[in-house]
Ligand binder design. Structure first.
Ligand SMILES: Cc1cc2nc3c(=O)[nH]c(=O)nc-3n(C[C@H](O)[C@H](O)[C@H](O)COP(=O)(O)OP(=O)(O)OC[C@H]3O[C@@H](n4cnc5c(N)ncnc54)[C@H](O)[C@@H]3O)c2cc1C
Length: 398
């Protein structure tokens, strides 16, 4: 059987490996538009590749078809995923449930997969962008070559620098599939407030997304302030739900209650009474962030700590517990890690990922309508859907 895999990313390479392993007489060809395979993987997890998570649950994934996610996640288990990588020579290490290769090198994951592609004799065609998949009487024609099965693994629209600019969706639409609305996810947020003076500051916070006065989701983690607004893992996690006008409330001292912060500040104003205001919060906050807060509260900088009024201290503690920013938008596809939305899962057989609309066609990874949380969940989805589709496409009768 001749099988074409379009896209040599995480899910495509996994699909190709399984399609060949399941029947070594299959001819498996991966067609990739860029000049090497697995380019995106090298940049994942800041070059360390957070390839999965020790705690995988359907709650970590978002889709218009949530029941479908549960079925897909159980069709290839984390145990099978672990075995897949161990057989490729990857030893794991774990950091707060995030799984990395033991060497903490994304290149190790790429190399291990590349060695297996070579060992199995999978053909790889580089620098070739698939623009059209034609249906033939039996099978498909791609660039004048006939294939019995086609697996679309060309990713989503996020991070187009890695070759993913929504190609999958055009190919899938041309074959009759519906695509749910797609938008950037795991992406920084642009705010109305000018944060240029705060650029580069990082702080551990609890962050709440508030819509129309109602708290909808809370995340804890490192906040990164940037020239245009807010970034960091906790912000990226909230970005999928964030819309223009939403409030992002930052608790800069999450381990203390507001009363405790107020008490601390009153004691501090006595203890450090000679300190100039601009240095009053030194040891708690980065100075530019403290200055930003004084400006918001109109507290003059030429005061000394002993001149702070009771109202000043109460307002200061309120700000430290609930510094608010207003979302203008998320940043664009260029800055997003993943794509929310994609090919409607209801149009696929969930145990094989074969299209119900176009038999012989399979789809994997970010091209499908599913996005995961930060923490290895998106790569887990890629390996999982790659394995399911590869096994099924490789087994199919011609
Ligand atoms: C900077 C960054 C860091 C990330 N870090 C993590 C992390 O640590 N952990 C995690 O779980 N997730 C992470 N992700 C997300 C994760 O990398 C993706 O969800 C995952 O790679 C998607 O796999 P995929 O196989 O669907 O598509 P991709 O890996 O995007 O691969 C798609 C491939 O298809 C090719 N292609 C596209 N169109 C065509 C065409 N028409 N013809 C031929 N080839 C085509 C592309 O060039 C690309 O190589 C990160 C993403 C980014 C951008």
């Amino acid at each position: 059987m001749k099988i074409a895999v379009i896209g040599a990313g995480a899910s495509g390479i996994t699909a190709a490996i399984y399609a060949k392993r399941v029947n070594p007489s299959n001819s498996v060809t991966v067609i990739e538009r860029s000049d090497r395979i697995l380019k995106k993987i090298l940049s994942t997890g800041n070059g360390r590749c957070n390839l999965s998570n020790a705690v995988i649950a359907e709650d970590n994934y978002y889709s218009q078809s949530p029941d479908a996610i549960t079925k897909i996640l159980t069709a290839f288990t984390p145990c099978e995923e672990r075995q897949f990588f161990e057989e490729l020579g990857i030893m794991f290490c774990e950091e707060s449930s995030r799984i990395y290769p033991y060497s903490k090198k994304a290149s190790a994951v790429c190399d291990a997969l590349r060695f297996e592609v070579e060992r199995l004799g999978i053909k790889v065609i580089l620098n070739t962008r698939v623009k059209e998949i034609k249906k033939a009487s039996q099978g498909f024609i791609i660039n004048n070559l006939k294939y019995d099965r086609v697996i679309i693994s060309a990713g989503g629209s996020a991070a187009p620098i890695f070759g993913t600019d929504g190609n999958s969706f055009n190919l899938l639409k041309s074959l009759g599939h519906r695509i749910t609305p797609v938008f950037p996810a795991l992406v920084p947020i642009k705010t109305k407030e000018n944060t240029a003076s705060l650029k580069g500051i990082r702080a551990n916070c609890a962050i709440t997304l508030i819509k129309n006065g109602i708290s909808v989701k809370k995340e804890e983690g490192e906040l990164q302030l940037t020239q245009y607004g807010l970034s960091g893992i906790a912000i990226m996690q909230l970005s999928r739900l964030t819309q223009k006008g939403d409030i992002i409330e930052i608790d800069l001292i999450p381990h203390l209650l507001e009363d405790e912060v107020t008490k601390h500040l009153f004691n501090r104003a006595v203890l450090l009474k000679e300190r100039r205001i601009e240095d009053f919060l030194t040891g708690i906050l980065h100075k530019p962030l403290a200055m930003y807060i004084y400006k918001e509260l109109s507290i003059p900088l030429d005061l000394k700590a002993e001149n702070l009024t009771k109202k000043d201290i109460i307002n200061l503690s309120k700000k430290l517990k609930a510094l608010r920013f207003t979302a203008v938008s998320t940043l664009s596809w260029e800055d997003a890690q993943v794509t929310a939305g994609g090919a409607l899962l209801d149009e696929f057989d969930l145990s094989t990922l074969e299209s119900k609309i176009c038999p012989g066609l399979y789809c994997t990874g970010e091209a499908l309508d599913c996005v995961g949380d930060c923490g290895g969940y998106n790569l887990h989805w890629a390996w999982t859907t790659g394995a399911i589709s590869g096994k099924a496409a490789g087994k199919g009768e011609n």
